[in-house]
Design a protein around this ligand. Structure first.
Ligand code: SF4
Length: 425
C-alpha cells in the first residue's frame, strides 16, 4: 500500500523485497519492510518500525548503491561500493559488491571514515527531521494503516533502539564480538543463540576473545534464550532466515547439544517450515573441536533442515607463526584439520566448512609459503565449497598494502579466497 506525498514525504506501509539476499550491484533489499521517501532520502524500516536503512537520492550522495544500515547491535554501518569496480575489485576481495565500513575499530584493509563525509552525515540530520515530521503527521488521521506505522516508528526512538541492543545482549548473556565471515550470505542478519561460552585456546593475538574458559550452556539457559528471543524480535522475526550458534567455538559443544538446540530454535522460530528458502545455520569451530567431531555429529547436522556453515579458525599452518601469535596449536593438527575440512565438504551435502588464516605485513615468509602450499594443493569442490578467509591481523600497519599480497595468495589458491572483516552483531 502506497500513500502519496504528505508533509513532503511519501509512505509505503509494506513492501516485499526478495526473500533472500541477492548479490548484485544494486542497493541491497530483502524481506518485508516499510519505506518512507523524501525528495532527498529513502528510509527503510523493519516490521517493528525500527529504522534499518537510509540511502541518499540526490547527486550529493556518494553512489546510488551505497547506503547506511543499522544493525541489531545498533551500529550504523556504511555500505560502500569502493573505488575499484570490476571483477578484480571489491567483489574479488570480499565476495560481495559492497564493503561494510564500520563505526568501531576493526581490521579493514581499506579504511573509509564515513563520519568525515558531510554528505553521508547529513543523512542522520535528515532522519532526525523525518522523525520530527512524523510526530506532526501522527495527529492527522487520514490514513489509518500509515498511522499504525508512524506510531511504531515513533515508539522506536534513539533511546529505545539503544536499549533494545542492550536487551539483546542481555538475553544471550554476552555480546557477539565477531560474526562468522559466512554470515555475509545473509547480510549479517542472524538470530544469535549462545550454546557455549569461551574458547579452547585464548590466543595472544586475538582481539575478540572472552576471558572465560570453555563451557556449554545448560538446556534451561538455551530454552530461556529462545523464549526471550522470540518475544524480542516480534513480528520482524519473519525477516530472519538464519541462526548463529555462539559463541566462539559452538562446535566444541556436544553433538546432542547442537542438534537439540537447532531443533528447539526451529520449532520456536519456525524457520524451516515457513520460509521459501532453506534457512542457514552458522557456527564457529576450532581445529581441536573439528578434529574431535565424529561422523555421527556431521550426520546429525547434515540431516537438519538447514544449510550449515562451520567456520574454523586455523590462523596458520606454520609452527613459528603459531608460536608468535600465541596460539597453542601444532602445525600438524592444523594440517590434519584442513584435510578434514575438505573431506567433510566433499562428503556432506548440507554442510560447508570454511577456514580462516591470518595475513599481515609482520608475519613471516614461512607463514605465506605454508599457506600458499596448503591452498594450492587443496582439492577443488565442484560447487566451490570451502571458502578461505584471510583476516588482516589487527595491528598490521599499511593495511591497504595487504591487497596485492592477498591477490597473490588468491591467485595460487584452489579454494575460493576472500578477506575477512571482523564485524560484531
Ligand atoms: S582466535 Fe578463536 S580460539 Fe583464539 S582466542 Fe580468539 S576466539 Fe579464542
Amino acid at each position: 500500500m502506497h500513500f502519496p506525498q504528505q508533509n513532503n514525504f511519501s509512505i509505503s506501509v509494506e513492501k516485499q523485497g526478495p526473500a533472500k539476499v541477492i548479490k548484485g550491484r544494486l542497493p541491497l533489499r530483502y524481506g518485508t519492510y516499510s519505506e518512507i521517501r523524501t525528495p532527498d532520502y529513502e528510509f527503510r524500516f523493519n516490521l517493528n518500525g525500527e529504522i534499518k536503512f537510509i540511502r541518499g537520492l540526490n547527486t550529493n550522495w556518494p553512489h546510488p548503491a551505497e547506503q547506511l544500515k543499522r544493525t541489531d547491535g545498533n551500529d550504523w554501518v556504511y555500505y560502500s561500493v569502493g573505488d575499484q569496480s570490476g571483477e578484480d575489485g571489491l567483489i574479488s576481495w570480499m565476495g560481495e559488491y559492497y564493503l561494510p565500513c564500520l563505526p568501531y575499530p576493526s581490521n579493514p584493509v581499506w579504511e573509509v571514515n564515513y563520519f568525515a563525509d558531510p554528505n553521508i552525515m547529513n543523512a542522520f540530520a535528515a532522519w532526525s527531521q523525518l522523525y520530527a515530521d512524523l510526530y506532526g503527521a501522527k495527529e492527522s488521521r487520514r490514513y489509518p494503516r500509515a498511522q499504525d506505522l508512524i506510531i511504531r516508528i515513533l515508539e522506536h526512538n534513539e533511546k529505545v533502539l539503544h536499549d533494545r541492543s542492550l536487551r539483546l545482549r542481555d538475553i544471550v548473556g554476552e555480546g557477539v564480538s565477531v560474526l562468522p565471515p559466512d554470515t555475509r550470505h545473509v547480510d549479517y542478519e542472524i538470530i544469535p543463540l549462545m550454546i557455549a561460552d569461551g574458547c579452547l585456546y585464548h590466543c595472544d593475538f586475538c582481539c575478540v576473545k572472552s576471558q572465560r574458559s570453555f563451557g556449554a550452556r545448560s538446556e534451561s539457559n538455551i530454552l530461556d534464550q529462545i523464549h526471550q528471543l522470540k518475544e524480542f524480535y516480534g513480528r520482524n522475526l519473519e525477516n530472519y532466515n538464519a541462526l548463529f550458534l555462539g559463541n566462539h567455538d559452538a562446535l566444541a559443544a556436544r553433538a546432542d547439544v547442537i542438534h537439540w538446540t537447532v531443533c528447539e530454535a526451529d520449532k520456536a522460530f519456525r524457520l524451516s517450515d515457513t520460509r521459501p528458502h532453506t534457512p542457514m545455520l552458522f557456527l564457529f569451530g576450532s581445529v581441536d573441536s573439528l578434529l574431535r567431531s565424529t561422523d555421527e555429529l556431521f550426520d546429525k547436522i547434515d540431516q537438519l533442515p538447514f544449510y550449515t556453515f562451520i567456520n574454523i579458525g586455523f590462523e596458520s599452518a606454520d609452527p613459528s607463526t603459531l608460536a608468535v601469535i600465541g596460539k597453542s596449536l601444532s602445525a600438524l593438527k592444523a594440517r590434519e584439520a584442513f584435510d578434514k575440512m575438505n573431506a567433510i565438504n566433499a562428503a556432506f551435502t548440507n554442510i560447508e566448512i570454511t577456514g580462516n588464516f591470518l595475513i599481515g605485513t609482520t608475519l613471516s615468509p614461512t607463514h605465506y609459503q605454508t599457506l600458499e602450499e596448503l591452498l594450492g594443493s587443496a582439492p577443488k569442490h565442484p560447487k566451490g565449497k570451502g571458502a578461505i578467509y584471510l583476516s588482516p591481523i589487527k595491528d598490521s600497519p599499511k593495511k591497504r598494502e595487504l591487497l596485492p599480497q592477498f591477490l597473490e595468495i588468491k591467485k595460487h589458491s584452489r579454494l575460493p579466497t576472500y578477506i575477512y572483516l571482523i564485524q560484531r552483531l
